[in-house]
Unconditional design. Structure first.
Length: 128
């Protein structure tokens, strides 16, 4: 009996050396898929590099530039509608323009993908 316990201890100790036990490779995946793990965080990074210049840090708005986005009535739109709006922007020639200042398409950053914009929208919705 004592011998087998010792043997077991030695065997399990052996398993702790460099090669991980095979059960690790079948460990359950994290509850949230990685792509959607943190849209808000991803969106904030993009917002900070592209949108803050006009809309201010935290979406508080900058007088004479971009409107406040935090709590904007625009956030009632669906994600898709907001993404479409941001893609298009709102030129001063647009009758819906309210400030006589232009919102450039994609905030002037054509590199932003739909996913990037969706993440930015998630960030905007998180602002309190
Ligand atoms: C060059 C300045 C500028 C940049 C950069 C910019 N915006 Fe704007 N944005 C504006 C202006 C100006 C308006 C207001 C347009 C108007 O008069 O209706 C606006 C309006 C908006 C609105 C509508 C707000 C409302 O309540 O009507 C949203 C949403 C928005 N911007 C999102 C963004 C996002 C997201 C980014 C970054 C990807 C961004 N903007 C970058 C200038 C900018």
């Amino acid at each position: 009996m004592k011998r087998s316990i010792l043997l077991f201890a030695l065997l399990s100790w052996g398993c702790n050396s460099p090669t991980p036990p095979s059960s690790d490779t079948t460990a359950p995946a994290p509850a949230t898929p990685v792509a959607a793990a943190n849209p808000v965080e991803a969106g904030q990074k993009l917002y900070d590099s592209t949108c803050t210049a006009c809309h201010g840090a935290g979406g508080v708005g900058i007088n004479g530039l971009g409107k406040p986005l935090k709590g904007s009535p625009m956030l009632k739109l669906s994600d898709g509608e907001l993404v479409d709006f941001i893609k298009k922007g709102r030129d001063t020639s647009d009758p819906k323009n309210t400030t006589k200042v232009a919102m450039p398409p994609k905030g002037g950053n054509p590199a932003l993908s739909d996913l990037d914009l969706t993440n930015i929208v998630a960030y905007l919705r998180s602002l309190k």
